[in-house]
Design a protein around this ligand. Structure first.
Ligand code: MG
Length: 257
């Protein structure tokens, strides 16, 4: 460990571990690569919580009749979620047999858990629908008493601004799309950048730039051990992965070196 610290210090990029901190593990779409789970299911949230993930990420759409639902794809089993009525969307089943969840159902389940809720609002066809969705999500987080555990992420610059404008002060809001530099994120009062790992590999100077500005970095979707190691060695604060247990074990191995 000492040799690693010396080498990294000489390179000017002390890792979080060398600074006595560990990167935080976020389960991408929940922890779903286990028996009985499925992406963006309630089970995947419960399972991510059960292994002690810092956070569990999930994706939110608003149906044509303004019901917030949890799913990744714009179209799921042939149903265009944002342009369909909720009764049609909520009749869909996930791969583990669960009904496609409402955000209400996910928040209800989350109340008895500890993991942080990394809520991604998907990019909708209409900017005004995104604004409506941001307000509705924030109201629900308030109603369920979950505001302190919420973090918001989005590819939409408009939704990013809107979350920052309306979320309770101090709520972390991260931008996903990879096209804003750290200075822009700071100017917009974002908490940091949550970018595809290859973008961070292309711009390693953004890591120090973010930290200098008090911004955090999250990388996705980090499933290969060599990518996990790169994130740990380069001081990425949060790592979003489909393989949270492998990442947790890797971090433990680093700590025991
Ligand atoms: Mg997502």
């Amino acid at each position: 460990m000492k040799l690693r610290i010396i080498i990294l210090a000489a390179m000017g990029c002390l890792s979080l571990l060398a600074r006595g901190e560990s990167p935080q593990v976020i389960a991408h779409r929940g922890y779903w690569q286990v028996e009985g789970s499925a992406q963006n299911s309630i089970r995947s949230l419960v399972t991510a919580d059960s292994i002690g993930c810092y956070g569990s990420e999930f994706d939110v759409w608003m149906t044509a009749d303004s019901v917030l639902v949890v799913n990744h794809d714009a179209e799921f089993r042939g149903v265009d979620i944002q342009n369909s009525p909720s009764d049609k969307v909520l009749a869909l089943r996930l791969d583990n047999g669960e009904s496609l969840p409402t955000l209400d159902a996910l928040f209800e389940a989350a109340k008895s858990l500890n993991t942080r809720l990394i809520c991604e609002l998907k990019v909708h066809d209409s900017r005004s629908r995104e604004k409506t969705a941001v307000s509705a999500i924030l109201a629900k987080a308030h109603d369920y008493g979950l505001e302190d555990r919420m973090e918001y992420i989005t590819f939409s610059p408009q939704a990013f601004s809107e979350f920052i404008r309306l979320a309770p002060k101090g709520t972390p809001v991260y931008y996903l799309n990879g096209d804003f530099m750290p200075a822009q994120i700071e100017y917009m009062h974002g908490a940091g950048i949550d970018y595809y790992i290859d973008i961070l590999r292309k711009h390693p100077e953004w890591i120090a730039d973010c930290h200098k500005r008090g911004l955090k970095l999250n990388a996705w979707t980090v499933d290969k051990p060599e990518d996990m190691k790169w994130c740990i060695d380069n001081g990425i604060d949060f790592i979003t992965t489909n393989r949270p247990e492998i990442l947790q074990n890797l971090i433990k191995a680093y700590q025991n070196e």
